[in-house]
Design a protein around this ligand. Structure first.
Ligand code: ADP
Ligand code: MG
Length: 614
């Protein structure tokens, strides 16, 4: 039998390598930016068309290449950055594998123009799918311009795999920001479809961060500086009161390269311990410099993880230096722990008129929760006794239509007396009461109804919002003074995209600048103090789940706003409010489920109760 092993042709090998190096247009931007920086450029311009699917062009004023180097740069494993394996341990450049240009040229139409200072004329090379199309002298200024057109033109599967323009441009902006944050001494610009997204002149770290994140970022930053044997740390952390509800503004750079490190992130979070509200993420921009020998550089070019020799020491140093900074800048003492009012002991209990009857049950009890645990003694006891706990809650079982809504008839008679036989309360005219500040209980003709107040209100608001966005705009309440909120450029872009829909819900924007918005009207159901967090959450939702069409945009908007605006569990509701929710809920088109497909209420029939008493 003849030999079966053969070497793959170069262009095939290059295409395979490209699969690893180039996932999407943003990967091209990253590689080209890194090459420009390695070439010592001081000004770098990036031009993008249709989120990089049509064109990515990077222009630098770096060292440029000789004619031979220009030709060689597209060969695989062609690099000027290391000559021997030993060099790997002293690496001060970003590239070293010599893979990027070869990979990109294998899957796109590439044009390179380059000239060194000392050369009279430059070189222009055109290459398509690893094939040189032309190479000729050309007039160009010092530096290198690389245009990458029609990415993945020869791999339709990869091309089809690309996400919508909104998603791809977000990845591009992310990569661009990471590189720009790491190199404030270099001027960068980024244009998309001939509109300029960033124009960053060379400056210091603080200014660069502010230029990118916008607005009053500078006031929110606390400097961190530490120098030890194993690491030098500089940079900033955000003051705790400005912590975000999303991880958006968390950046680590090691030797000027953006990295991700859950472990070091933990160190930062630990330094903020006790300073942050629940579910808030501290912002940070931390620049670590370590001896190149102490990190594992044999990492994949596109990966952002990194291996440190002495991770534990790094953790400790990072944590303590941030703690120190927070203390030094008087951030730590201005703590304001939010009290949970439900923890307050009612010492004046005796003198209080009895409100709606309260039943003492496990506070964690949540019949909607499917996962076990969280110390729900009540529930597990229940389960043991009945053996068929789930069966009690008819209608909960996957099929929401199981509860026949028309069959729900509210009991018209008044509730007489209360559980503890105390004096009759003022609430007796109404057939609802609140349990555990979380559920609204209402009697039915033949049983009872347990409604999750937050979920019910979310459903009501969701349907109202959908209606106002698509049919008739909601009324808005005018603010006494315009409210000015700061956002970064990315958030502003998102906001502009949903501005019209938001105005339908009652928001009135008087001005949208590049880093702030001015609001003069808000929906009647929203208080001024809630507006910022509401919009912040909304934008975070839009960043996480980019809607592909108008319908899903409206839906996402209504869902996000409804969730933020709805009463929370833990809110005490008076009987009018309870009634309002019950009536509103059953006027909804789909009362039994939240817009997130969670059950809103359960019913308990008298027969089921009777079974329990047998
Ligand atoms: P690497 O960066 O790992 O060396 P690349 O494929 O990215 O590999 O680049 C190959 C070589 O081409 C580089 O080592 C460098 O010598 C040269 N090169 C690439 N881009 C530029 C540029 N913008 N300016 C000058 N030289 C460049
Ligand atoms: Mg490179």
């Amino acid at each position: 039998m003849s030999d079966v092993i053969h070497l793959l042709p170069d262009h095939v090998a290059n295409q395979i390598a490209a699969g690893e190096v180039v996932q999407r247009p943003a990967s091209v931007i990253k590689e080209l930016l890194e090459n420009a920086i390695d070439a010592g450029a001081k000004n770098i311009q990036v031009y993008v068309k249709e989120s990089g699917k049509i064109l990515v062009k990077v222009v630098d004023d770096g060292a440029g290449m000789s004619l031979t180097d220009a030709r060689l740069s597209f060969e695989r494993h062609a690099t000027s950055k290391i000559k021997s394996a030993e060099d790997l341990f002293h690496l001060h450049t970003k590239g070293f594998r010599g893979e990027a240009l070869a990979s990109i040229a294998a899957i796109a139409h590439v044009e390179l123009k380059t000239k060194r200072e000392e050369d009279e004329v430059g070189t222009c090379i055109k290459i398509e799918g690893s094939q040189i199309i032309s190479q000729e002298p050309c007039v160009t200024s010092r530096g290198t311009t690389i245009s990458v057109k029609n990415l993945f033109y020869n791999i339709p599967a990869r091309r089809n795999f690309l996400k919508s323009d909104t998603v791809e441009i977000r990845h591009i902006i992310d990569e661009f920001q990471r590189v720009a944050l790491a190199h404030p001494n270099i001027a960068f610009s980024l244009s998309h479809n001939s509109s300029e997204l960033f124009q960053l002149s060379n400056t210091n770290y603080r200014q660069r961060i502010t230029n990118i994140l916008g607005g009053k970022t500078s006031e929110k930053l606390v400097p961190v500086n530490e120098e030890t044997e194993i690491v030098t740390i500089s940079g900033f952390v955000g003051k705790p009161e400005f912590a975000k509800r999303t991880r958006g503004e968390q950046f680590f750079f090691v030797n000027d390269r953006f990295i991700k490190s859950p472990y070091l992130n933990h160190a930062v979070t630990a330094a903020f311990e006790g300073l942050l509200k629940d579910k808030a993420f501290p912002s940070y921009f931390l620049y670590l410099t370590v001896d190149p020998k102490s990190i594992d550089i044999n990492i994949h070019p596109t990966k952002t993880e990194i291996q440190f020799d002495d991770e534990h020491a790094l953790y400790a140093i990072l944590r303590s230096s941030i703690k120190h900074s927070l203390g030094q800048f008087n951030v730590a003492p201005v703590l304001d722990f939010e009290r949970d009012p439900s923890l307050d002991t009612p010492y004046n209990f005796e003198n209080k008129p009895a409100a709606s009857p309260q039943i003492e049950v496990d506070r964690n009890f949540n019949p909607f929760k499917n996962e076990s645990g969280s110390g729900s003694g009540f529930r597990s006891a229940f389960k043991k006794d009945s053996g068929d706990w789930e069966g009690l809650y008819t209608g909960l079982k996957s099929d929401s239509n199981f509860i026949d809504l028309k069959q729900i008839e509210f009991e018209s008679e008044e509730v007489t007396g209360n559980l503890f036989g105390a004096t009759k309360t003022v609430e007796t005219q109404n057939s609802t009461f609140q349990l555990n500040k979380k559920y609204i209980i209402s009697t039915l003709k033949n049983g009872m109804l347990v409604i999750d107040q937050h979920r019910a209100h979310t459903r009501i608001l969701y349907e109202e919002l959908l209606k106002s966005i698509t049919l008739s705009p909601a009324v808005s309440q005018q603010l006494l003074f315009p409210l000015i909120l700061q956002f970064n450029q990315q958030e502003i872009k998102l906001l502009q995209g949903i501005k019209d829909s938001l105005e339908q819900t009652g928001f009135v924007f008087s001005d949208i600048k590049s880093d702030s918005v001015e609001i003069i009207g808000v929906p009647t159901t929203v208080s001024e103090s809630e507006v910022e967090i509401l919009l912040e959450r909304l934008l975070a939702d839009f960043e996480n789940e980019v809607p592909e069409n108008n319908f899903s945009q409206t839906d996402l908007l209504a869902k996000s706003l409804a969730k933020s605006m709805a009463v929370k569990s833990g809110n005490l509701l008076n009987s009018t409010e309870q009634q309002h929710i019950v009536n509103g809920l059953f006027a909804c088109k789909e009362p039994s489920l939240t817009p997130f497909n969670k059950p809103v209420f359960i019913t308990l029939q008298v027969e089921e109760l009777e079974k329990k008493f047998m």
